[in-house]
Design a protein around this ligand. Structure first.
Ligand code: GTP
Ligand code: SPV
Ligand code: MN
Length: 596
């Protein structure tokens, strides 16, 4: 392996601090991966699933305190506090490093320090970024191998070049002779997911779960990358990317930002319920976008796998996700069946007798607790997805025709509406709201604002982030080629508390309208919030029950929106004088259109 002096020094310096027993440089090979998984099985950290049911797949249960991202322990450590903005936790970089150096000291005693060279984006493409993660967790190494391009090829491409240093420890040193925990981690007040956007560094301590620990994902590809994108004039977004081909064979790509656990994976892989339509997946969580020479905005998926929400994924709701995790997958916090397979609520089959819950107890229907954690996840290679797009690894990316924003809104927000123009679309992104989900720990129930679905992932001042989106529109090489912007809501409920819209594969009916708007062929009604489809312009063939509901699904009620305007006013206040004029104007225009 080709290791630069700079990289070697960085690793050795950390090793001197963390004091591991062994240093292991990951080459990313099949043999290495197997060796690590065998160790995880031997120590009781993992269970190998039955090869005839779930080939080459493994099952992990986390500590009950470490099941999702921890937003109140996530920090943006910019030099200036105002650069982190009102929506991020801030600490001065020197202070955070002082605290964390003490925590990292001796934190890997009795453990192995793994060095993971990884690329976000196709290896060697000029849009890709190389990171090096240090970790003391086998779970993290084996997940990073699925989620990123990882191993010695990355070092060959890196040479003496710059990398983004990503430091991670689960924060659970072992005394000699001490028995390891099944899922080592530190208590909540010792967890720190820290980002240094001025120097492009990540220091994560105390958690082994998902976005807290797989540092290429939220930490690098969103928080650090969003700050780089702001400086350099591109976009790093919490968006799926999908290709949609109509029955005439015309293909468009769209990107969509929904908050965590609000339907990105499901939309990215949907199987259209309308005949003749085809959907292909480029990515399900993150998009990096730059203008191409032709003036269009091009997107790449920096990831190589899916870290998908398991519960309620089924052959009914998302067959392509089920097929993606058919083999070569790591399951975390699902339930385990007696025949060595996994199970979760909403998987589409009854729970087998003798199933073990994610907390490692025999499932007991009577106690009312779910068998799988609501944030149980599968880590599956993107190449296993039956509808992966032929261009998903194209280093040029794919051209984006439309952006969708959305969240879980039980009321107020219609199924779909289109922004009047770019800045109005940016305003729609800035006011995205959603009922909170299980993807983060400790949030108050109810609707919260999650602008652009980036609230937990923006590495700088959110007001400046809105301004950056305005700028992208202003500086576009050809404004006529900017994506059109829409807002969608699959989650509106009727008086009985049930979803009004069937969702999932039927969402193609909304995508059809979106694409016909892009092509200029679908009709729409102008309302104060934007263009809403004519009832007749959404194809409801085969959905007789929904026809009567369409009024309620598409309704824009003045009373609801007056209340919404009060909430938007409160939301905008948070950003103070760093809220761009354009966003204030858009809000004034909205109120004026309602006559308030
Ligand atoms: P992260 O990976 O956390 O960023 O989430 P995600 O946006 O990829 O969410 P995902 O697609 O995994 O969806 C999470 C939940 O939303 C699942 O439990 C789905 O069942 C539910 N869901 C997704 N699409 C729809 C839909 O169209 N209608 C309804 N009612 N529920 C949906
Ligand atoms: C999310 O919470 O948006 C996720 C899962 O995609 S995690 O990687 O844990 O952040
Ligand atoms: Mn996500």
């Amino acid at each position: 392996m080709k290791i630069s002096k700079k990289l070697e020094k960085w690793v050795n310096d950390w090793a001197a601090i963390c004091q591991p027993d062994v240093i292991h440089w990951c080459d990313g090979s099949e043999e290495e991966n197997q060796r690590l998984l065998d160790i995880a099985v031997k120590t009781g950290a993992a269970i190998k699933l039955d090869d005839s049911k779930r080939p080459n797949s493994y099952y992990f249960q986390s500590d009950p305190s470490d099941v999702a991202r921890v937003e109140n322990r996530t920090f943006i450590c910019s030099e200036k506090e105002e650069d982190a903005g009102p929506t991020n936790n801030w600490m001065a970089p020197a202070e955070m490093k002082r605290i964390l150096l003490a925590e990292f000291t001796g934190s890997m005693k009795g453990r192995t320090l793994y060095v993971i060279p990884f690329s976000m984006g196709p290896l060697g493409s000029n849009i890709a970024k190389i990171g090096i993660q240090i970790t003391d967790s086998i779970y993290v190494v084996t997940n990073m191998r699925i989620m990123t391009r990882m191993g010695k090829e990355v070092l060959d491409v890196l040479g003496d070049g710059d990398f983004i240093p990503c430091m991670h420890s689960v924060g659970a040193p072992l005394e000699s002779g001490q028995q390891d925990a099944k899922w080592p981690c530190a208590p909540i007040e010792k967890k720190f997911i820290s980002h240094f956007p001025d120097t492009n560094e990540i220091w994560s301590f105390g958690s082994g779960y998902g976005g807290n620990a797989l540092l290429g994902k939220k930490c690098l590809a969103l928080r650090i990358a969003s700050a780089m994108a702001h400086r350099e004039g591109w976009l790093a977004e919490h968006m799926l990317i999908m290709g949609i081909t109509n029955p005439q064979g015309k293909k468009h790509y769209i990107a969509a930002a929904f908050p965590s656990a609000c339907g990105k994976t499901n939309l990215a892989m949907l199987i259209p319920s309308l005949p003749g339509w085809k959907v292909e997946t480029v990515g399900d969580d993150i998009a990096w976008m730059k203008f191409g020479n032709d003036g269009k905005l091009y997107a790449i998926n920096p990831e190589a796998g899916f870290f998908g929400v398991a519960p309620y994924t089924s052959m009914e709701t998302n067959p392509n996700a089920m097929l993606s995790c058919r083999a070569n997958t790591i399951f975390t916090n699902t339930a385990l069946t007696p025949d060595g397979d996994i199970w979760w609520e909403g998987i589409g089959q009854d729970i087998p007798d003798g199933t073990i819950t994610w907390t490692n107890e025999l499932y007991d229907k009577a106690n009312g607790k779910p068998a799988a954690n609501p944030n149980a996840r599968f880590t599956a290679p993107a190449r296993e997805c039956p509808v992966i797009d032929p261009d998903w690894e194209n280093p040029k990316g794919v051209p984006i025709s439309a952006f969708l924003f959305g969240g879980r809104r039980p009321g107020t927000v219609p199924l779909v509406y289109q922004a009047f123009n770019w800045n109005h679309g940016v305003f729609l992104g800035s006011i995205v709201g959603s009922e909170v989900t299980a993807a983060a720990i400790g949030l108050k129930a109810g609707v919260r604002r999650d602008p652009f679905a980036m609230l937990p992932f923006c590495g700088y001042h959110m007001g400046d982030y809105f301004g950056h989106w305005v700028n992208i529109g202003e500086k576009a090489p050809d404004k006529s080629k900017l994506p059109l912007i829409f807002n969608v809501n699959w989650f509106r409920k009727g008086p009985d508390g049930k979803f009004l819209w069937p969702g999932y594969g039927d969402n193609i009916r909304v995508l059809q309208w979106v694409i016909e708007r892009v092509e200029g062929t679908a009709s729409a009604v102008e309302t104060p919030i934007g263009f809403v489809p004519e009832k007749s312009s959404i194809d409801l063939t085969g959905l007789p029950d929904v026809i009567d509901q369409m009024e309620a699904i598409l309704k824009v009620e003045k009373e609801d929106w007056c209340h919404e305007c009060d909430l938007i006013a409160e939301h905008q206040k948070i950003f103070g004088d760093r809220l761009p004029e354009e966003m204030k104007n858009q809000f004034e225009l909205l109120k004026k259109r309602f006559g308030v």
